[in-house]
Design a binder for this molecule. Structure first.
Ligand code: NAP
Length: 269
């Protein structure tokens, strides 16, 4: 396997640890590297990966949308989300995929017993990750999504996924709508190390509401700590990162790898 992750910057990426772990485990020879590409040289350097016989690569910020224009083919999920995080190179052509919604859903299913069908969800944030989350929730048969974002227009633009099921909530009024939901998802970067906290009083949540956060540094965000302290089930964000990598590894090697405790511990070190 010859693969890597492109981004700018990209040295912080944990993907080499994940794919390196699976290459060892499944006896796959080759390499998985971080590949920093300067925006001025984007197309040339992507072409170089093709010339150098890469099987594919992951795509991280700021290129998840820009890469669309270089793809020969884009799968339906990536098309719907409007972003690509995984490239498979076949016959020197780029095939674009998006595995983030798979990662989000599989992470929840692997950590708790939760069926999305006919449930109500509250999504905080309307950036790139939120698009994948909303796609995944709708695909799982969610009944209703309350969506809020600091910049309301961005939330409004995501109603296109399903105008009947998605209801936009004003940022200042989010606490009024969380009392009757089954799952609360933070998709903003608030709560990340070095960023401000997500300020939200969750005391009106039902005891059965699941709380999950895409932020995984720290693993226990202030939101998750609050939820845990008041007895709600929580799902941390690191598993999404691990699960979204599985279909990429499968595309390049034919093996759909497992997420193990050992891998989770390795990644959290
Ligand atoms: P993005 O496209 O830049 O979106 C950022 C989101 O955060 C927007 O909704 C933005 O609101 C909101 N936000 C940022 N600063 C804010 C503030 N001060 N007050 C209120 N809202 C604020 O980023 P993204 O790609 O969606 O990623 C979002 C987070 O998810 C990041 O922390 C990322 O690391 C994490 N993530 C995790 C995984 C995983 O595998 N666990 C996967 C993908 C992403 P505005 O629209 O108003 O700016």
């Amino acid at each position: 396997m010859k693969a890597g992750v492109i981004g700018f910057p990209v040295h912080h990426s944990k993907s080499p640890i994940i794919h390196g772990h699976w290459m060892d485990k499944y006896d796959i020879t080759g390499s998985y590297k971080t590949i920093e590409i300067h925006p001025d040289n984007f197309q040339n350097e992507v072409n170089e990966l093709v010339t150098n016989n890469y099987n594919g690569f992951n795509v991280t910020a700021p290129y998840k949308e820009e890469i669309l224009s270089l793809c020969y083919e884009i799968d339906d999920i990536a098309k719907a989300i409007g972003a690509v995080n995984t490239i498979l190179i076949e016959d020197r052509k780029l095939l674009g995929k998006n595995t983030d919604s798979f990662g989000f859903i599989q992470n929840i299913k692997s950590q708790i017993n939760f069926n999305f069908k006919n449930k109500k969800c509250f999504v905080i944030g309307a950036g790139g990750a939120a698009r994948a989350i909303i796609y995944g929730l709708l695909n799982e048969g969610i009944q209703e999504i309350y969506l809020t974002n600091r910049t309301k227009e961005k939330a409004e633009s995501l109603r296109k996924f399903d105008e009947d099921k998605i209801k936009i909530i004003n940022w200042e009024e989010k606490e009024n709508y969380i009392g009757n939901i089954d799952i609360l998802v933070n998709t903003t970067s608030l709560g990340m190390l070095g960023k401000r906290n997500l300020e939200i009083n969750i005391s009106s949540l039902n005891k059965t509401t699941v709380v999950t956060d895409l932020v995984y540094a720290p693993l226990m965000t202030p939101l998750l700590l609050d939820a845990k302290n008041q007895g709600n089930d929580i799902v941390t964000g690191i598993g999404m990162l691990l699960h979204q990598a599985r279909p990429a590894f499968e595309a390049w090697t034919g093996i759909l790898p497992e997420v193990s405790k050992t891998l989770e511990e390795k990644i959290l070190k």
